[in-house]
Design a protein around this ligand. Structure first.
Ligand code: 5RP
Length: 266
């Protein structure tokens, strides 16, 4: 592996583990709850995360260029919640732009099993062909659009493996209760967990993240369950402990409660 690629990956994933903070949701769903002012949402969370995942538009308009965190640029899009098909994505960003904003990596969605399977896999391959020339890792996002029921091990394993075969350096996928270890084992590059819609309780989030890590995930890319929580900093701190300090679910919950109390006291 080239020095630049290694250097970027080691910044993004210290000791092979990562907590990425996605604030890219607006690229297809508009002003998402909690992300109306993405710069303000992310500021208190930055100390706890390893990288920020966003589009070039939000980066330029809302993120301080002096932040000392790597940026993963969302470079697929051109669809919306109110359009015909979320899967019909294109590559939105040139390599010149990726380099201009000093992105440490790029993220692209693939919609396997959809009408646009081939096009989105071609997006991934094209991006890998260009980004590898510059030592920029590509993160594949195995997206399911509105079909959340697709999130089971056989399908996820298929998606992760295909994305890795096409050259993704990291694959983001959903956690599943049964056989998540098989998803990870079938993928030759690190697998990281996406969040999905907000869970009922904080403990539920910490439990699925802990289980994913115990079954081989390298980290998380988890947004709504952090910044839509009434206690986003406490949540980020607790998740960081699970990812980087091997905290148990009980230890992470304790840290969550302790941080919540500290914040309430001011
Ligand atoms: C959207 C994405 C998001 O980065 C991903 O969904 C993670 O965010 P959340 O934890 O809120 O689901 O890739 O396509």
């Amino acid at each position: 592996m080239d020095w630049g690629m290694k250097n970027r990956l080691s910044q993004l994933m210290p000791k092979g583990r990562c907590f990425f903070m996605p604030i890219d949701h607006g690229y297809f769903q508009g002003p998402t709850t909690g992300l109306e002012k993405p710069g303000e949402t992310i500021r208190p969370l930055l100390p706890y995360v390893d990288a920020v995942f966003c589009t070039r538009g939000v980066l330029r308009a809302a993120i301080d260029p002096e932040i000392n965190k790597p940026v993963i640029l969302r470079v697929s899009g051109c669809t919306s919640m109110v359009g015909k098909d979320l899967a019909n994505e294109e590559i939105t960003t040139s390599i010149e732009e990726v380099i201009r904003v000093n992105a440490a990596a790029v993220g692209v969605s693939v919609f396997i099993g959809s009408d646009y399977e081939k096009e989105t896999l071609k997006n991934l391959s094209d991006l890998v062909n260009v980004c590898e020339n510059y030592g920029i890792p590509v993160m594949a996002v195995t997206a399911v659009g509105r079909e959340m029921e697709k999130r089971e091990a056989r399908y996820l394993a298929l998606c992760c493996r295909i994305a890795a075969e096409l050259g993704a350096r990291v694959v983001k996928t959903y956690w599943c209760e049964k056989d998540f270890d098989k998803v990870v084992r079938g993928c030759p590059v690190p697998v990281i967990l996406a969040g999905g819609p907000k869970c009922e309780t904080e403990r539920e989030v910490l439990e699925f993240v802990h289980d994913g890590m115990a079954n081989g995930a390298a980290g998380i890319n988890l947004g709504r369950n952090v910044w839509q929580s009434p206690n986003p900093v406490a949540m980020a701190r607790a998740l960081r402990a699970v990812i980087h300090k091997n905290a148990s679910v009980n230890e992470a919950c304790e840290l969550f409660n302790q941080t919540k109390k500290e914040k309430a006291r001011g």
